[in-house]
Design a protein around this ligand. Structure first.
Ligand code: NAD
Ligand code: DAU
Length: 351
């Protein structure tokens, strides 16, 4: 079986659902169930004999050791993290704890397990560390895209903590020879994303008649990737990636935030007519240290592993808008008291 961390979050839950749908082997999902988790998302697989859930903190060394001993996984896919840049600006230490200490603790537990395997199983063991393009910092308008040789230049506490975790993952390959691979992906979007991130926040606010808060001039560029394409890239790296390697994953869909928000407004006008959603757009105080542009050259994973995105931004964003329109209960359940407090904390003070 494989051990997945953070499987109740956005990408992890999509990964588990896709993995089981595609006939994958058993999965144990290890998740602490922080504010970002929603176990409801995995209700459809909760009775699948191939699925097990364990509530645990990746920073808890004893718990991690016990889980490796209990499940004897042949691979780990590590998603668990604090993942929101704005939250890292308000509270960086949670990010250092989970992303750096948690990844180190998990790597140590994985190493002890890996060392206990016989030679054949040890050679086949894999640890995929799921990371982000944000570790490379920011690009100017005409700079070439990030690639595997780009320098690490993280600019936010989130990206700095993810960079720390990437360095640890790399070190476990170089020092111990543990078969670790790192993926650095661009911005994901799609069903089941917590509405603190740009795309789901804009959709749920638009539906609720609330303001659509664009940071600064809205000309910051992100490269958008539909979540199931990210999941297929990770599955491919797990299957055929070379230990010790980094793989950049992107959507070939660079777009300024302003255009993303206008696209969402047009799709809502098409599928939920009667409102001019663009009237809800408001420009608010920018994010401190805001990276201007991310762009990904994914030619390595395309060349070596035959992966490329299958969804265009146009098709993916329409599917996403429709998913949120059809899942009002899911939205209501994630908008807890904690969520309301976060919205007040992050947006209340912005002019
Ligand atoms: P998310 O915030 O939606 O989910 C994170 C999950 O990790 C949650 O279920 C949470 O409960 C769990 N978790 C947090 N701390 C934990 C701990 N100490 N122990 C166990 N579980 C814990 O995140 P996401 O957007 O799904 O991102 C998943 C991974 O992919 C992260 O590592 C993130 O850095 C990376 N990534 C995200 C994106 C993106 O656009 N969302 C892009 C590239 C890479
Ligand atoms: O690039 C990959 C990264 O993408 C992941 O590693 C992170 O986990 C993920 O959160 C995401 O980071 P971003 O900071 O790019 O995503 P976010 O959705 O928070 O913001 C996207 C852009 O939209 C960014 O330029 C900030 C802007 N924005 C965001 C919010 C929440 C707004 O203008 N208004 C908002 O309310």
């Amino acid at each position: 079986m494989i051990l997945v961390t953070g499987g109740c979050g956005f990408i992890g839950s999509n990964f588990i659902l896709d993995w089981l749908t595609n006939g994958g082997e058993s999965v144990v999902n290890v998740d602490l169930l922080t504010y970002a988790a929603n176990p409801e998302t995995l209700a459809s697989v909760s009775t699948d004999a191939r699925y097990a859930f364990e509530r645990a903190d990746i920073c808890d060394a004893a718990a991690m050791a016990a889980l490796f001993a209990k499940y004897q996984p042949r691979a780990v896919v590590h998603f668990a993290a604090e993942s929101h840049v704005d939250r890292s600006i308000h509270g960086p230490l949670d990010f250092v704890r989970t992303n750096v200490l948690g990844t180190a603790t998990l790597l140590e537990a994985a190493r002890a397990h890996w060392k206990s395997l016989d030679a054949d199983a040890a050679a086949k063991f894999r640890f995929v560390h799921v990371s982000t393009d944000e570790v490379f910092g920011t690009l100017g308008a005409t700079d070439p895209k990030f690639n595997e040789a780009s320098q690490y230049q993280p600019n936010s506490p989130y990206s700095a903590s993810k960079a720390g975790s990437d360095h640890l993952a790399r070190a476990y390959f170089h020092t111990y020879g543990m078969p670790v691979m790192v993926t650095n992906c661009s911005n994901n979007y799609g069903p089941r994303q917590f509405p603190e991130k740009l795309i789901p926040l804009m959709i749920v606010n638009a539906i609720a008649g609330k303001p659509l808060p664009i940071y600064g001039d809205g000309m910051q560029i992100r490269d958008w990737l539909y979540v199931s394409d990210h999941c297929s890239a990770i599955a491919r790296v797990l299957e055929a990636g070379r230990p010790g390697e980094l793989y950049l994953v992107g959507g070939d869909a660079e777009m300024p935030n302003r255009d993303v928000v206008h696209t969402i407004c047009s799709l809502l006008a098409k599928h939920r007519p009667g409102t001019d959603y663009t009237k809800q757009i408001t420009h608010v105080t920018d994010r401190p240290g805001h990276d201007r542009r991310y762009a990904i050259d994914f030619s390595k994973i395309e060349r070596e592993l035959g992966w490329k995105p299958s969804e265009s931004f146009a098709s993916g964003i329409e599917k996403t808008v429709l998913w949120y329109l059809q899942n009002a209960t899911w939205i209501a359940h994630v908008q807890s008291g904690e969520y309301k407090q976060w919205v007040e904390k992050n947006y209340g003070a912005r002019a």
